[in-house]
Ligand binder design. Sequence first.
Ligand SMILES: Cc1cc2nc3c(=O)[nH]c(=O)nc-3n(C[C@H](O)[C@H](O)[C@H](O)COP(=O)(O)OP(=O)(O)OC[C@H]3O[C@@H](n4cnc5c(N)ncnc54)[C@H](O)[C@@H]3O)c2cc1C
Length: 380
Amino acid sequence: MSARVFDVAVVGGGLHGLSAALHLCRAGKRVVVLEKSWVGRHASGATAAGVRTLNRDVGELDLALESMEMWHRISALVGDDCGFHPNGQICVADRPEHLAKLEQRVSSLSAAGYQHEQIIDAQELRRLVPAINPQCLGASISRIDGAADPHRTLAAFRRSAELAGAVIRQGCGVTGIERRGQDWALALQGPAVEVDGESIVVPFIVNAAGAWAGRIAGMVGDEIPLGTKASMMIVTERLAPLVKPVVSIMGRSLSFKQSDQGTLVIGGGLQGIADLDAESSSVRMGVLSKGARAATDVFPSVRNVRMVRVWSGLEAKTADLLPVVCPAVNAPGVFHAFGYSGHGFELVPVVGATLTDLITQGRTRRPIAALDARRLMAAV
Ligand SMILES: Cc1cc2nc3c(=O)[nH]c(=O)nc-3n(C[C@H](O)[C@H](O)[C@H](O)COP(=O)(O)OP(=O)(O)OC[C@H]3O[C@@H](n4cnc5c(N)ncnc54)[C@H](O)[C@@H]3O)c2cc1C
């Protein structure tokens, strides 16, 4: 059994676990990250890495806006720009009723004091995205948004967390958690666990276990109903520069962008098949073809472009599609951060800081009331 050498065990070596570890170490905590596979194995390695406030639920909007400010100075946090380009995100409308919905949203945001979303007309849309289908009528835009490079982001958060003192143990799955006095003992299993029955004893736990976070929550007495997402992506061959902002379309599943390397990265939440026990997901080509169709409808010039790879990635989904970021309900010293429902990449910098507030000060000024697990537990 390990002595108590760490203050915090972070369960999960995805971006949220790494961000929590980084912020906690900089606040003086001794942190171990326990990852059953390897860093970035699941959602954080499969992500499209869109950095979006556009069309965010108001329940997480203030947090997302603070995170966006952090993205705009991400080098100061992790010593690398993570390939982040704030070229904007655009949601186009190709029907009058869809444009009316976008206009309604932007005016109600504006009435509530939010100015980051605006409406642009067809002419401005074509100026910003010349390759767009001329039948598109207009769009909403958030000019502060953009996209990053997921693998640079993972490498930067990992490097910074380790430089700050975090110990990352890959191949170490948490299989049980029990109360031991004022502390928690986490039982470990996996290829990198050398001592049979090894456990880690800590006063604080961060549950950043992604698609499996409901199981970790259950180990400490929080039964939180969660669904699973297996979002699919397509990447194409490299093309000459075609589009700078990330483009989606109202009423259909599409997110369309071009990477620095020239490949088109096409997603938007179409779902493959998830298997939590096998820790894998698979692509449904029939469903994915709808994403390809939406892409060619919005960008007719890409009709003959070759797809070179498709994939899917696993993460947890909540009933209201808002994440869970809060102290555990039934377990003092345990903190949840999961259920990002397909849009957690943007929140990575700020959620780690929020968890650090909760652990080091017992409270946070950041707006997380709408992200409390009790809203989901009450609905059971
Ligand atoms: C295809 C796809 C596209 C996406 N596109 C976007 C986008 O454009 N913009 C955006 O904002 N978001 C996007 N997302 C969502 C975003 O990527 C995720 O919200 C984010 O990466 C979640 O990070 P995480 O650290 O919480 O989870 P993960 O990266 O999944 O990390 C959780 C880790 O916990 C580990 N773990 C689980 N159980 C245990 C255990 N018992 N013991 C030890 N370790 C354990 C897992 O192995 C895993 O590595 C996308 C997601 C996918 C799948």
